[in-house]
Design a protein around this ligand. Structure first.
Ligand code: CU
Length: 159
């Protein structure tokens, strides 16, 4: 990374943290703004989202996630099957070297099942992410009523 890019990234990261983003590093991976969406009354399942930026030269994968807040946690993807959106479990989420993988509503997500209590706006809970190469990292999941606005983690796209 050259100095100009480093400075630019620093500025953008500064802006992002002003917008109350939070992020983590584990090994060569950067985890951006882990959050979940509020659940409607009676819902037993919810989705958690984050971005994974692989700054290293080796491929990695998210193998699993866990939290005390849910009875079980699975990695899911969502895709169109005819006119119907369907979710299915994936064994792992690949993060190629240099790539940024975004878990976001409508696509890849961490599925929280058998929620012990509904997810309410402003709730915060711990989730453990396990990567094949980088290992384990604990992140705070913040519950929001909407996905972050576009451009929120724009530093991911600058490289
Ligand atoms: Cu799902």
């Amino acid at each position: 990374m050259n100095i100009k890019l480093a400075a630019m990234t620093a500025v953008l990261l500064g802006l992002a943290s002003a917008a109350s983003a939070h992020d983590y590093s584990v090994g060569e991976l950067h985890i951006g703004h882990p959050y979940a969406l509020v659940t409607p009354p009676g819902a037993k399942a919810g989705g958690a989202y984050l971005s994974i930026d692989n700054k290293g030269k080796a491929a990695d994968k998210l193998l699993r996630a866990s939290t005390a807040r849910a009875g079980s946690v699975e990695l899911h993807t969502m895709s169109m099957d005819g006119n119907v959106m369907r979710m299915r479990m994936v064994p792992a989420i690949d993060v190629a070297p240099g790539a940024t993988v975004k878990l976001a509503p409508g696509g890849l997500h961490v599925m929280l099942q058998d929620l012990k209590q509904p997810l309410r706006k402003g709730d915060k809970f711990l989730m453990t992410l396990v990567f094949q190469r980088a290992g384990e990292v604990k992140v705070d999941i913040v519950v929001q009523d909407a996905a972050p606005a576009a451009g929120h983690d724009s530093e991911m796209h600058m490289q």
